[in-house]
Each structure stands twice: as structure tokens, then as C-alpha cells.
Design a protein around this ligand. Sequence first.
Ligand SMILES: C=CC1=C(C)c2cc3[nH]c(cc4nc(cc5[nH]c(cc1n2)c(C)c5CCC(=O)O)C(CCC(=O)O)=C4C)c(C)c3C=C
Ligand SMILES: [Fe+2]
Length: 409
Amino acid sequence: MTEHSISRRRLLGTATATGVAGLAAGAASGAIGHAAASTPAGPALNTLGSATVPFHGTRQPGITTPLQSRAHLVAFDLVPDAGRRGAAALLRRWSTLAAELMAGRPDEAGTGIADDAGPASLTVTFGFGHSFFDATGLVERRPAALAPLPAFSNDALDASRSEGDLWVQVGADDPLVAFGALRALRRAAAGTADVRWQMAGFSRSPGATARPMSVRNLMGQVDGTNNPSPDDPDFDERIFVPAGGEPAWMAHGSYAVVRRIRMLLDDWEELPGEERERVLGRRRSDGAPLTGGDETTPVDLAATHPDGQPVIAGNAHVRVSAPESNGGATMLRRSFSYHDGALEDGAPDAGLLFVCWQADPLRSFVTVQRKLDRGDALSTFVRHESSGLFAVPGGAAEGEYVGQALLES
Ligand SMILES: C=CC1=C(C)c2cc3[nH]c(cc4nc(cc5[nH]c(cc1n2)c(C)c5CCC(=O)O)C(CCC(=O)O)=C4C)c(C)c3C=C
Ligand SMILES: [Fe+2]
């Protein structure tokens, strides 16, 4: 791995560690710009607030964009008489709105929630669920890859917080900007689609750590290290549907698997530190593999102790989930933490809004999750509580809207 690829790899899984690193991220990915930096009435916005991600492009934003510190994941169901026309009109309204908000132009009809802020790297990403195609009479255009995910033994899924006709992912580095965008999108859907479920997530704020590193999850683990990098020769083909792929309207798109995974934090925190590291296969302090080095050192799955026992346990999470253990299966993980108070028994309702991206969910998520389901030491400490699979089409060109190739051809 080159220095360059290390820094690119880090950027994807990282709420960039400093303002300077944030700028470097934008420059490296070509994805982040800066909105007009001052208002007539006030001082210039700082770089965090003024950072922009373009809405228009070959791919949708929010997939390879560096992880923002706030997110809302929302599923909508179309109202019964919306049909294909209603859905097309909604996607057009949503796309226009998303382009405006992401460029830093506030929603004129809104309540002014984000008026003083810039776009703060706002991204809005749209996807279609399995049921969308029934609701719009487009069943024959439903991708085979949207077949329902199989049941896994560790699942405790709540159907009312799973799936949905439409999925929207909002991310921003300012909670008010993220909330303002969510409100505007909800208002634009009124009369056409109702919220089915909604989840709020968070990650580390840019500039919060002393050095660039991947973020930590609520188990205290450094998470996102071994994500595939856009510099990998097979990155595009593994994460995105190619130009000539099937169905044609999914060209440059990707499939998002969304799982709300509650962490059994009371049990986890009881576990001695060494045991926690054994469960994962990496050090808690800096995310380095138990086989040595630093966060970016490759894990040596073949390494053994003098007594012949593997250094990375047979059921350690990084061994069971690794591409080497799954016929090369890989996915881009872009997850957020969540905390929704306490359950009736007092346990924290907290965990991971696990979001992963891939060109083929059966080959990637399903293959790895099947393996994890059979023998992952981490599974004792987590519960999958909701699930969704969404087809996220390619990006919209100027003057077009997301999903136009599906809804109008
Ligand atoms: C089906 C896919 C996966 C689920 C579900 C999943 C849940 C999950 N993971 C963590 C924490 C970590 N995972 C890490 C690595 C990792 N996880 C997956 C897949 C799923 N994880 C993969 C493919 C990998 C990479 C393996 C490799 O190639 O080395 C790590 C280590 C750091 C990293 O590489 O990101 C952590 C930490 C939690 C807490 C969790 C459910 C709540
Ligand atoms: Fe994982």
C-alpha cells in the first residue's frame, strides 16, 4: 500500500481528524468545494461550514464522501394513489431541493433552521426499496439484486423499522444543517410519501482528534480501517454497477444495506480489555492488528503464537469478515453510531447504523453476514434490530433528477 493509498483509505472511513485534513480530503477526492464564504450581514463562514459536495455527477453523493458527523436515515412509503407519476414528480422535487441545499442555498419555504450556516458538506442520497416497484407498477424493472435478504439467526428484526419504498440518507457536519435538510425533504414529500421509519446517527466531528485516524464506534473500537479504497484496482467494479450493467437504469449506482445493530454495551463493558481485543482481532488503543504494527498495517491472519495457536482467533471479527475468509467478498462500510436513550430494562438503546455499499449485495453483504452468523465472537454482543436493502441509482446530471432513467424510459 502506498502512502497515497493509505491517506485515501483513511479518508473514506474517517470523520477527518483536523480541519486541514478535511480540506485535504476534499482535494484528494475532488468531491469537496467551498460555498461563497460570507454573508452581507456577517463574518465569513469557516471552512467546516462552507464545505460543499456536488449533487450532480455520475454517482450520487454520500457513498464515497468522507463520513460526516451527523446523519439521518429515513424510509418513506408512497401514499396509495401516488403511482409512477407521483413518484417521478417527488424525485424531481427532491433532486432540485437537494442540489440547492447542498450548494448552500437555503430552503426559502423552510423555517430558517440552517440560515446562518453553510452547507457543511451536506449530502442527500436517494434509493428505492423492493416494494417501490410494486407501488409504481414497475415490477418488471426491479433489479434481481433487490431480492429480499435472507433471515440470519442473530436477527431480531422489527418490520415497522425495516425496508420501505424509498430511502433517503442525509449527512452533514452540522446537526442543524442535517435537520434542516431532513425537514425540507419531508415537507417536499407531503401528500406523496409518508415517513415509514427514521433514524438519527452521529460520528466524530472533524477536527476532534489529534491525528488522522478512523472513527471509533460505541464499543470503543477504531472502525472503518480496512475499508476498500478508491485507489484499489477493483474498487469501482466491487462497489458500483458498471455502465453496461443490469438493469441499465442502475448504471453507476450501488446497493445499500442498512442494518440497525444494537450493541449490548453493559455486557461488552464487563469484558476485560484483552478479551475485547481478542473478540475483534485489533488493539483498542490504536486499532492496530493484534499481529502488530499500526492502524494501517495489514492483518496477518496466518500468524501463530509459539504454541501454534493463531494470534487472530478463529472467531475474531476481523478474521471472519475479511475478504480472504469470504471468497474475496468486500463492501464499503459507511456507518454511523446511534443513541436513542434507554430500553425498559435500563440498557442503553445504542449501537451502529451499519450502512454498506456494494455492486452485488448477495456476493458481498449476504456472503459475509452468513459467515458472521455462523461464528463471529462479536455477535454475542450485538443484535440486528432492523434491516433494509435499497437500489441507489447513479447520480443526476444538471437538469435531471435521480431515478429519471427508471421512471421516464
Ligand atoms: C456483514 C458485514 C458486517 C457487519 C454486519 C459488521 C458489524 C459490525 N462491525 C463492527 C466493528 C468492526 N468491524 C470491523 C471490520 C470489518 N467488519 C466487516 C463487516 C461487517 N461488520 C468487514 C468486512 C470488516 C473488515 C475486515 C477486514 O478486511 O479486515 C472492525 C475493524 C476495523 C475495520 O477494518 O473497520 C471493527 C471495529 C461492529 C461494532 C459491528 C456491529 C455492531
Ligand atoms: Fe465489522
